[in-house]
Ligand binder design. Structure first.
Ligand code: ACO
Ligand code: HSE
Length: 365
């Protein structure tokens, strides 16, 4: 069993062969894990953080690199690492240290590429559970995460009700709306129609970089809001563009920004993982195989604090309201916070003042 290091630490945990919901077995699975804080003697202060689509295990910063949730988690912050032992894993199927399409298949000695199977949200959660077992961490104080991470949070509450005391699903839902699935289809099509895609067998080449950039551009529009774009860019043209005569080359600031965001993602994300994680979100439904959402939620034992962003275009606030309503109807302990933010969906990664204090209180009660 791997040793647990009880301060900020990174490790890769071998969880062995792993059979997915689709029936395929990955012969060897590794999960990249980062921890922050100290595990107490009773082992009852563990908070599991589940990342969103392009996140990774580095939620909490260290001397080398800031973490993507530093505004929320750290010593003396809303999730206080001087009290809690925070564990974050790169998801199975991802591209930041855990087994995914770019990993070498033990069967062929080559990267899986296009042969890597679909990993569902439930597979991701089962892999997390097995990883925690390997680390000797059976019980969770809280599971928290946003967007795709929030889907995992809800699955934790349903799949392992006896193992988690509290859950905090943020900017998420029991299943994506048809519009969100539509955006994801357009993003996948951009990647798969790029000549660099080659059916997913593009390693060690750069792969479908243009398609991935376009996919991110589409995504970014859904992660923000009209109000934010109006404030930041309005209809201004990018510097150097002739504003007097309309031209095919006219570049708006918003266009330049989206292109930049697309290029930025290409340097830190693998297209094969992007395709699979989008599909995992599309195909996810908390009710699948459980009769109904009501039946699924009837299994929940954890206290639930749902956080929604009222301006979220991707996971509309009505979805978090519905989740809360269903939980209450099922007699569960459920609270809902609806914040306002021009950031829209991405607010959970950038704005904490409206919900951080309530989260802190929820954790400490
Ligand atoms: C911190 C990390 O690296 S995260 C790594 C792991 N990834 C994740 O966890 C995923 C979640 N994170 C995210 O989605 C994002 O990082 C967010 C939401 C937290 C913040 O997004 P950001 O891209 O940092 O912020 P924002 O949308 O304001 O964009 C700012 C960038 O756009 C650039 N920009 C702004 N206007 C324009 C324009 N008109 N034309 C071109 N570029 C522009 C800025 O110069 C800035 O560039 P920089 O990132 O090189 O500094
Ligand atoms: N900005 C988030 C959006 C998806 O929730 C990410 O890239 O993971």
């Amino acid at each position: 069993m791997p040793a647990i290091v009880h301060t900020a630490a990174k490790q890769t945990v071998d969880i062995g062969p792993f059979t997915l919901e689709c029936g395929d077995t990955l012969p060897q699975v590794e999960i990249a894990v980062e921890t922050a804080g100290t595990l107490n003697a009773a082992k009852d202060n563990v908070i599991l953080v589940c990342h969103a689509l392009t996140g990774d295990a580095h939620a909490v910063g260290d001397e080398e690199q800031p973490g993507w949730w530093d505004g929320l988690i750290g010593p003396g912050r809303f999730v206080d690492t001087s009290r809690y032992f925070v564990v974050t894993m790169n998801t199975l199927g991802g591209c930041h240290g855990s087994t995914g399409p770019a990993s070498i298949s033990p069967d062929t000695g080559k990267p899986y590429g296009g042969d890597f199977p679909l990993v569902t949200i439930r597979d991701m959660v089962r892999a997390q559970r097995r990883c925690l077992d390997r680390l000797g961490l059976g019980e969770l104080h809280t599971v928290i995460g946003g967007s795709m991470g929030g889907m995992m949070v809800l699955e934790w509450a349903v799949m392992y009700p006896g193992h988690v005391k509290k859950v905090v699903p943020i900017a998420t839902a029991a299943a994506l709306t048809s519009v969100a699935v539509g955006y994801n289809e357009a993003a996948r099509h951009a990647i798969q129609s790029d000549p660099g895609f080659q059916g997913g067998h593009y390693y060690p080449g750069p792969g479908p970089v243009n398609g991935l950039a376009v996919a991110r551009m589409i995504g970014m529009i859904t992660y923000r809001t009209e109000a934010l774009f109006e404030k930041k860019f309005s209809r201004r043209l990018q510097e150097g563009t002739n504003s007097d005569i309309p031209s095919l080359d006219s570049l708006f600031q918003v266009g330049s920004y989206l292109r930049y965001q697309g290029e930025k993602l290409v340097h830190r994300f693998d297209a094969n993982s992007y395709l699979r994680l989008l599909k995992a979100m599309d195909t996810h439904d908390l009710a699948r195989g459980r009769g109904s959402l009501e039946a699924a939620l009837s299994r929940v034992k954890a206290e639930v604090l749902t956080v929604g962003i009222r301006e979220d275009l991707l996971f509309p606030y009505r979805q978090q309201e519905e989740l809360h309503r269903e939980l209450v109807a099922a007699g569960k302990s459920s609270r809902l916070i609806g914040i306002h933010s021009d950031y829209g969906h991405d607010a959970f990664l950038v704005e904490y003042s409206d919900w951080g204090p309530q989260l802190q209180q929820f954790l400490e009660e």
